[in-house]
Design a protein around this ligand. Structure first.
Ligand SMILES: [Zn+2]
Length: 307
């Protein structure tokens, strides 16, 4: 009985040991496998949290750069390049993302450099490198001369007789009101403007000279239609803003349009005319035009539709 039971116990023990060893082995293997998974997962989580803050500062300057680029980039080529960069960034690993980030600002700089030159006007309103035309510009029969529409160097019409007659008529009426007005500078030849501008540029520098003197070919005085008006015996107000404050100056400003003249460079219109307010500089445009320009309080550029 005992032997039998011993045998049975031995068998049972053997089975139990075998079973438990199988179970243990299975457990060890399972735990071992799970252990790998857990550490892997933990590592992945660990990496995940490490990667994210790395990616964030990488993406932020990227995003800023792209935001800055968009409003400035009108160039189609540059936009394509930016799109290409985005594509490589999404498909390449994190570390390689840093590489396209570095050249990006360089391309942005290039884009800025290439986008700026189309604005040709310099500080003084001239188009740098512009050549004088072969023919003067007439719009609706009115001769235009300004910083964008120069005259040919050969254009030498002399003082306009129609303008002179109109001025003499105006001066005669001004005299009746007690003002003895004169035109102290009218027609100026291209050659005269060359010597005048050169003298000013040598004395004060080009930038300063551009503020008060027209470059040769750009002076309205070369048209023979510009009249610098002042009062006889009051030379101190000639070519001075103070002329506009004198009674004579006020009379001319209020009546010139009735004789076909306009105040060519009014106050507050510098951005359109290209010149500071000149209370003494009048331009003959002929009567219907002068009346309309005066009544509408506009400039010649606006009247001719070039601004
Ligand atoms: Zn003038």
């Amino acid at each position: 009985m005992k032997r039998k039971s011993n045998n049975k116990t031995n068998k049972a023990l053997t089975i139990t040991l075998l079973t438990s060893s199988i179970v243990m082995t299975a457990l060890v293997v399972w735990i071992g496998l799970n252990g790998w998974d857990v550490t892997k997962t933990l590592k992945q989580v660990g990496i995940g949290t490490e990667v994210e803050p790395q990616e964030t500062p990488l993406e932020t300057p990227d995003a800023v750069e792209e935001q800055e680029k968009d409003p400035e980039e009108n160039d189609v080529t540059n936009e394509t390049e930016t799109k290409d960069q985005k594509d490589t960034e999404t498909t390449t690993p994190t570390k390689e993302q840093q590489k396209p980030v570095t050249p990006a600002p360089k391309e942005e700089d290039k884009a800025q450099v290439t986008n700026k030159p189309p604005v040709n006007k310099n500080k003084s309103g001239y188009i740098e490198g512009q050549e004088l035309p072969k023919e003067p510009t007439y719009i609706n029969g009115i001769l235009l001369a300004n910083k964008q529409y120069p005259l040919p160097s050969t254009f030498a019409p002399g003082e306009n007789t129609e303008a002179r007659d109109a001025f003499d008529e105006m001066a005669a009426e001004a005299k009746l009101s007690g003002f003895n007005i004169t035109a102290f500078s009218t027609y100026r030849s291209y050659e005269y403007q060359v010597s005048l501008y050169d003298r000013y540029a040598k004395k004060d520098g080009v930038e300063a000279a551009d503020r008060y003197s027209a470059r040769p070919g750009y002076s309205e005085h070369q048209t023979g239609l510009a009249f610098d008006i002042g009062e006889v015996n009051y030379e101190k107000h000639w070519a001075s803003s103070s002329f506009g404050d004198t009674e004579a100056g006020k009379w001319v400003a209020a009546n010139a349009h009735r004789y076909g003249f306009i105040l060519r460079y009014p106050e507050g219109k510098e951005a359109i005319t290209g010149y500071m307010h000149e209370s003494w500089h009048f331009r003959y445009v002929g009567k219907p035009a002068s009346e309309e320009i005066f009544k509408r309080n506009i400039t010649l550029e606006e009247y001719l539709g070039v601004q």
